[in-house]
Design a protein around this ligand. Structure first.
Ligand SMILES: Nc1ncnc2c1ncn2[C@@H]1O[C@H](COP(=O)(O)OP(=O)(O)OP(=O)(O)O)[C@@H](O)[C@H]1O
Ligand SMILES: [Mg+2]
Length: 375
């Protein structure tokens, strides 16, 4: 765990970082985001002691980093920046093994590590090891910059807009690799970006900074759902939530009181009810709201004229979702099952609500849902 305690950095009369308190969990990607000049890089560089705080303390697992040897400290922390500077006269292998060399690893251990890391980012060692940086594309060089930061297996990796100079395809590839890497290696990563979409994609938690302070530190989901501050909302963009269906919970957009009917009612009564409430399907529920299934107008009409009751016609093999599932899961059900409605039920199978195509369209706009008819 990485803890900032009342950390301030002044330059003359200017305050770059202002009494910052922050806890960064181990094994997680924490993203620092905020407008230019808000103190992101300064915060990052205080972690590896390239900059010393004017006041306050930073702790790694309870140890005050101000009391460590700065050079040794820095070797245990990976650092990747935007303009990744590989050493032009060193081979790729030598570049990657920089810190291991400083740490006096054996040649064999270094060699194995270099191979392992190159494989990790999909660059065959036999092809790339002996090349020089100018013989690599920009994206490949940036990959080397990332794995170089990993070479000596540091627990903490600091990344300052590492992908912002890359073309979109390479950026996406490296973002995926970073997520994968974090999942498999469990590194603590502090990642600075200007790009809110990148932040939402990568972060376990996001710290939104302004004027040297943290305005909100939270999961992407909470940040979008409950921005703590007008600044956060504005910075993130209000429409952002709508473009991320996986962050919208079903309970927030469901029809909370769908039209229901008891299984004991007749089809005549069911049809009457549909007409009256202007719906083309009914949620069939027993006493206490226990969900039985769905009765559609089509099913009623197919059996109409015979004196049947709802329980004889109701469709019971209906996909249902819990309230805390997300809209993208519902979209998946609608498209694979080709249904226009998905009932929302509790753990005890009590009907809580209903999602229909039209309720989704209201929230997401027309671009997101396609195919099929209205519920
Ligand atoms: N060496 C320095 N001397 C004086 N002021 C500095 C120095 N380094 C940074 N600053 C100031 O401190 C503030 C924070 O800078 P910092 O580099 O941390 O911002 P940032 O959030 O990383 O910005 P960007 O998104 O543009 O990279 C800025 O106002 C900057 O001008
Ligand atoms: Mg910066």
């Amino acid at each position: 765990m990485l803890t900032f305690e009342n950390v301030t950095k002044n330059y003359g009369n200017d305050t770059a970082v202002d009494a910052l308190d922050m806890t960064i969990e181990s094994g997680e990607i924490t993203v620092l985001i905020g407008p230019s000049g808000c103190g992101k890089t300064t915060t990052l560089r205080m972690i590896n002691r390239l900059i010393e705080p004017s006041s306050g303390h930073i702790y790694i697992d309870g140890v005050d980093i101000g009391k460590t040897d700065p050079v040794e400290h820095r070797r245990n922390i990976g650092y990747v920046i935007q303009q990744i500077a590989l050493f032009p006269h060193m081979t790729i292998a030598e570049n990657i093994a920089l810190v291991p060399t400083l740490k006096k690893w054996s040649e064999q251990k270094k060699d194995e590590r270099v191979d392992e890391l190159l494989h990790f980012v999909g660059m065959p060692p036999e092809t790339f090891k002996q090349r020089y940086p100018h013989e690599l594309s920009g994206g490949q060089q940036q990959r080397i910059g990332v794995i170089r930061a990993l070479a000596a297996d540091p627990d903490i990796i600091l990344m300052d807009e590492p992908f912002s100079a890359l073309d979109p395809i390479t950026r996406i590839a490296l973002q995926e690799e970073l997520i994968e890497m974090n999942n498999t290696l469990g590194k603590t990563i502090v990642f600075v970006t200007h790009d809110i979409d990148e932040a939402l994609k990568l972060a376990g938690r996001i710290a939104v900074m302004k004027d040297g302070k943290i305005v909100q530190l939270d999961t992407p989901e909470n940040l979008l759902r409950n921005p703590a501050h007008g600044f956060v909302e504005e910075f993130i963009g209000k429409d952002r939530l709508l473009r991320r269906p996986e962050l919208i919970q079903v309970r927030d957009i469901m029809i909370a009181e769908p039209v229901t009917i008891s299984p004991k009612r007749t089809l005549t009564q069911a049809l009457e009810r549909m007409r009256e409430r202007k719906v083309d399907s009914l949620m069939v529920v027993e006493k206490e709201g226990r969900f039985v299934g769905v009765l559609t107008a089509g099913d009623v009409l197919d059996h109409f004229g015979r004196s049947m009751v709802v329980s004889e016609v109701v469709r019971t093999n209906v996909n249902r979702v819990p309230e805390d599932s997300n809209v993208s899961e519902v979209l998946a059900i609608m498209s694979t099952e080709n249904v226009g409605y998905v009932p929302v039920v509790s753990d005890e199978n009590i009907l809580r609500g209903l999602i229909t195509r039209s309720s989704l369209i209201n929230v997401l706009g027309h671009g997101v849902t396609n195919g099929g008819g209205e519920a």
